[in-house]
Design a protein. Structure first.
Length: 193
């Protein structure tokens, strides 16, 4: 079973996260940040990942530490659940329309961290959520599950639609990339990822 549970406690956050790659999309998300709860619920549903997140963070300061540390934990959980990556498809991409927003995500689970971030979010906040934290989340995620992730906004004016489109698109691309191809082989001519 491709799954992993992680507990991470620092002076800023206390996080318990569990991930099942081959799930049904069910989730239980309590990050202390309403907008991030919404994004991770969508992420689980669109990737068909079973995901549980419980975070108690220093949100009296702001949401930064919680968002970044959840990205760290989610990336770690993906990395560990994938193991040696034997038999995965490796690549995935998805072009997702969200009303006027159009978001492209492309993933290579290569073992090398690279985030090419191309979202132009027109507002500094969505509700109380600082939109600059979207990039921080995906940076933490890709650093802890080393992959190339290209995230491009091809259209969009509404901040909520852009960010929601990004989380859905990344989930759909990841669903393709982590899918098993039936070969049981490492998808690299190097023999290792």
């Amino acid at each position: 079973m491709r799954s992993y549970e992680i507990t991470r406690k620092t002076a800023e956050t206390d996080i318990r996260l569990s991930l099942k790659l081959d799930g049904t999309g069910k989730s239980s998300i309590d990050t202390g940040c309403g907008f991030l709860n919404h994004m991770l619920t969508l992420f689980a549903a669109h990737g068909k990942f079973d995901l549980t997140v419980k975070c108690v963070g220093d949100t009296d300061v702001d949401d930064h530490h919680s968002v970044e540390d959840i990205g760290i934990c989610l990336g770690t959980a993906f990395r560990e659940a994938l193991g040696d990556k034997r038999g995965i498809t490796r690549y995935g991409s998805f072009l997702l329309p969200m009303d006027e927003a159009l978001i492209l995500s492309a993933v290579d689970i290569s073992g090398r961290s690279c985030l090419c971030y191309g979202l132009e979010i027109p507002t500094e906040k969505i509700g109380t959520f600082d939109t600059e934290l979207v990039e921080e989340f995906f940076l933490a995620f890709t650093r802890n599950c080393p992959m190339s992730l290209h995230l491009r906004q091809l259209a969009g004016k509404n901040a909520h639609h852009i960010v929601e489109g990004a989380f859905k698109s990344v989930a759909r691309a990841l669903k393709m990339a982590v899918a098993l191809d039936g070969t049981g082989e490492i998808p690299s001519t190097k023999g290792v990822l």
